[in-house]
Structure formats: C-alpha cells, structure tokens
Design a protein around this ligand. Structure first.
Ligand SMILES: *[C@@H]1O[C@H](CO)[C@@H](O)[C@H](O)[C@H]1NC(C)=O
Ligand SMILES: *[C@@H]1O[C@H](CO)[C@@H](O)[C@H](O)[C@H]1NC(C)=O
Ligand SMILES: *[C@@H]1O[C@H](CO)[C@@H](O)[C@H](O)[C@H]1NC(C)=O
Length: 243
C-alpha cells in the first residue's frame, strides 16, 4: 500500500461544479466506470469514482425520512442550492481529498459521499459548516465486498485531538470545529479547506483484502497532512501548529 494521492477540488462562485480529477496510473486502472452515479466492481489497482455533495441536511431526504443517493433525481439536488465534487482515488491507497473553498460552505451545511446507481451507497450527512463553526477534517471509510462498494462510513474518533487547543471547539462530542470567523474567506488567518482522508476495507473483485482501513485506524487523525508534501503550506502548517 502506498500513501501518495492528493486530489484537490476548488469551488468557484458558480453553484454546481463537476470536476474530474484523474491523476492515477492509467495503465493499471481497468475500471472503465468514470461516473460516480454508475455501478462497477473494482480490483486493487483500479481507480474508483466517488462524489461529494454539499447541501442542506433535509435536501438529502426524500419525503422527509428516506435518505437517497444524490444521484437519485427525486432529490432534485442539482439546483442552485448544492455543490458537487468528483474524485477518483485509487482503490486501497490511503488518499487525502482536499476541497479548497473560495466560497463559504456554511451556505450548504452538510456533506454526503456517494457512488453507484443500482447498487447505490451513500454516507450519512456529515455536518460541515454553519455561520458559527466549520469542521475541516474528516475520515471516510469505503467498505467493498467482492469489489462492489457496500457502504460509506464517517469514522470519528472524538475530540481528543483538539481538546487542548483554543482554536477548536468540540461539537457533539465528535467533531473538532473551527470558528468560521477565523477562516481566511472571513478575514481570519486559518485556511478552512476541507481535508477528507479515505480508507478502504473489505475485499476486491479477486477477493483480495483491502487493508488501508487498518493502516488509517492506527494513525493519528491528522497525521497524514504531513505526508502530502504537495499540499499547500497553509494547510499543513495549520495542523502541525495545532497538534
Ligand atoms: C411520503 O410519506 C407519507 C407518510 O409516510 C406516505 O403516505 C406517502 O405515500 C409518501 N409519499 C411518497 C411520494 O412516497
Ligand atoms: C452551528 O452548529 C452548532 C453545532 O451543531 C450549533 O451548536 C450552533 O447552534 C449552530 N449555529 C447556528 C448559527 O446555526
Ligand atoms: C486554496 O486556493 C487559494 C486560492 O487559489 C490558495 O491561495 C490556497 O493556497 C489554496 N489552499 C490549499 C490548501 O490548496
């Protein structure tokens, strides 16, 4: 397993952006499914397309109780009130997805990870930001069985990492949040770009075990930021100085 992928999506002021960032080794990627709204099974060396949708929490529910995939047109998400980002990490490589925000995420509030159509998987909506707080660090686990994505989980390990820092507030005993007034786009000094660490578990289509989940579980929550040398100094230093 290698640790080297960083993918960044920038949100400009337009309301709906779909970006495909393909930085993987085309030679070993035999997954021809590039849409996050299509079904596929993958092997360890393949790329895998997944989407992140940002919107208000209730926008992810149909008829108020049924959480659907953002690919499902019944949600009518592709309106002016949501943002989409598309990533293509490599299966079983620890990856850090970064979302560089030039507009404020507090307008949207929540984030859902999704992939697949007939076999649709989506995470629960995770709180990202409101007018007061923003959560910038996430760990997303992808569980596969025989190469087919079964589930997305937000892996949370409590607020132990930020309990000693005055820069952070612990929300709901699970998320380390920064005051949005500290963010650069609000005149503060902190780069409030999101960092989403990925971890893969389960088996690929050849029944080979995916192990990056095990590795991430043994790492400190923010330790990967230091590994990604091509991340902008601001993001790296911010975490180095906080912990
Ligand atoms: C919405 O939910 C209500 C109450 O559970 C149900 O009676 C109704 O049929 C549902 N509507 C649709 C379109 O599924
Ligand atoms: C923002 O979210 C936090 C945590 O859920 C909550 O305590 C706070 O009241 C919210 N603030 C606003 C302005 O909605
Ligand atoms: C985000 O984009 C801004 C403007 O392009 C840039 O100055 C900043 O360094 C970027 N941050 C990261 C973490 O890439």
């Amino acid at each position: 397993m290698a640790v080297r992928r960083t993918q960044t999506t920038s949100f400009a002021t337009i309301t709906l952006i779909l970006m495909v960032l393909v930085s993987i080794d085309a030679a070993s990627d035999n997954n021809g499914q590039y849409s996050p709204c299509g079904d596929t099974t993958v092997a360890r060396s393949d790329g895998f397309s997944l989407g992140l949708a940002f919107a208000g929490k209730t926008s992810f529910y149909f008829n108020t109780t049924q959480q659907l995939s953002p690919c499902d047109s019944r949600l009518r998400l592709s309106s002016s009130s949501s943002l989409f980002a598309l990533f293509r990490p490599k299966v079983d490589e620890i990856s850090l997805l970064t979302v560089n925000t030039t507009t404020s995420l507090e307008t949207y509030g929540y984030m859902v990870a999704f992939a697949g159509r007939k076999y649709a998987a989506r995470s629960t909506p995770a709180f990202v930001a409101n007018n007061t707080y923003i959560v910038t660090s996430f760990t997303l686990a992808l569980e596969f069985q025989k190469g087919r994505l079964q589930n997305f989980y937000w892996k949370r390990d409590g607020c132990a990492k930020c309990s000693g820092s005055s820069n952070f507030v612990c929300l709901n005993n699970q998320d380390c949040a920064i005051k949005t007034s500290s963010c650069k786009n609000n005149g503060g000094t902190v780069d409030c770009s999101l960092g989403i660490q990925l971890a893969f578990s389960g088996t690929d289509k050849h029944l080979q075990a995916l192990n990056s989940w095990y590795e991430v579980a043994n790492l400190r929550q923010y330790s990967l930021y230091g590994v990604y040398s091509n991340l902008k100094d601001s993001l790296t230093n911010q975490y180095n100085s906080f912990f």
